[in-house]
Design a protein around this ligand. Structure first.
Ligand SMILES: [Zn+2]
Length: 359
């Protein structure tokens, strides 16, 4: 009897073909994108080093369009270039984080799990991916996560030299030593902290995690480590449930707006710096606190987001503490614009070369 393919199979094939064509139409990089392909040093703009690679894009033949994972990096980078705030040659382009660096935080068992496409699909909450080979997933998707994680380490190293390192990606705060979760694979900030400690470049670190979801992975990784202070400010009634215990957690109810949020943060910050005594700050600047975010229910405005980020960056600069910013979440259509405005403000404020005001 002749084999007949099921209707479901044809629908699936259709979805893949449409997605592939869509990705060819929309993913042709502008010239400025191509410049950021291969790893290289850039040049800081005053105190600010921007880290990005066109290889940050998590891609799977266009199927990523059916997943909420935020692809904000390229939009923010191109807007910074278009507005003349950064030249493509200024941008620091990272390599992928290495296996040895991953093992500073994660276990061998975790690396074994990443050879199982069903496990990867579970970590990024996209069951469809379980049907593909893990090798394909590694080259299309995991490599982008490794590249963004390499970006966080590079941004940290540049922050130690110039003051502020901004990685236009990263902020994977949900993943734990043994397993990824919540769209996150490698714990980029934790890996960077461990590498800098191993290098002797820092002793103590502070994670300021303002993504709307709790930094549960960071809390677990550093639970028994007094050299790293974890602070998370998030919405109480959404993923992750149950929450883990950071060194300090501040929770908000759904519907909280700018005033209450910013007042709580301003009140908490001085005590956090005193308790943490950090040599470096990792700032997870998730934009999913914005009103209208499809995965959360806080009500911050874009102005509120810019003020929030300014509060952190300025507090670090005022204290002379290097700060690394990662993008984290933000799933609304305008999340990238809010983060762009915030980064623009940082570049404009801190782009003057050192000592020019004295001349
Ligand atoms: Zn989030």
């Amino acid at each position: 009897m002749k084999h007949r393919r099921s209707k479901k199979w044809w629908v699936m094939l259709g979805v893949v073909l449409v997605a592939i064509s869509a990705s060819f139409v929309t993913c042709i990089p502008e010239r400025a994108m191509k410049v950021t392909k291969n790893p290289r040093d850039g040049a800081s703009v005053g105190k600010v080093a921007i880290v990005y690679s066109m290889r940050y894009k998590v891609s799977f033949f266009g199927l990523e369009k059916f997943h909420p994972y935020p692809q904000k990096s390229g939009d923010i980078y191109l807007q910074l270039v278009r507005d003349g705030l950064v030249k493509p040659s200024d941008v620091f382009v990272p390599k992928e984080i290495s296996r040895k660096q991953i093992l500073l935080v994660h276990t061998e068992r975790f690396l074994q799990n990443l050879k199982d496409s069903k496990k990867i699909a579970q970590y990024v909450e996209f069951p469809l991916l379980g049907n593909f080979s893990s090798g394909l997933l590694d080259s299309c998707m995991l490599s982008a996560f490794r590249r963004q994680s390499g970006g966080t380490l590079l941004a940290a190293r540049e922050a130690l030299k110039h003051g502020i390192g901004i990685n236009l990606g990263g902020g994977f705060h949900h993943t734990k030593p043994d397993a990824g979760e919540g769209f996150n694979i490698y714990a980029d900030m934790a890996i960077a902290i461990r590498q800098l400690q191993t290098d002797g470049a820092i002793k103590r670190a502070l994670i300021i995690d303002l993504d709307v979801h709790q930094g549960n992975g960071s809390a677990v990784i550093f639970a028994d480590d007094k050299s790293v202070f974890t602070f998370s400010m998030h919405e109480s009634d959404i993923y992750p449930i149950p929450k883990e215990q950071s060194d300090l957690d501040i929770e908000f109810d759904a519907g909280t707006g700018d005033e209450e949020y910013l007042n709580e943060l301003a009140d908490a910050l001085p005590g956090i710096f005193t308790a943490a005594r950090p040599d470096i700050v990792f700032f997870q600047s998730g934009a999913d606190v914005l009103a209208g975010d499809p995965l959360a229910n806080l009500q911050l405005t874009t102005d509120g987001l810019v003020k929030r980020d300014a509060m952190i960056i300025d507090a670090c600069v005022r204290r002379g503490i290097p700060v690394v910013q990662t993008l984290g979440g933000g799933y609304g259509e305008n999340a990238w614009r809010g983060q762009y405005r915030s980064i623009r403000r940082t570049v404009e404020r801190y782009s003057a070369p050192p000592n020019t005001s004295n001349r």
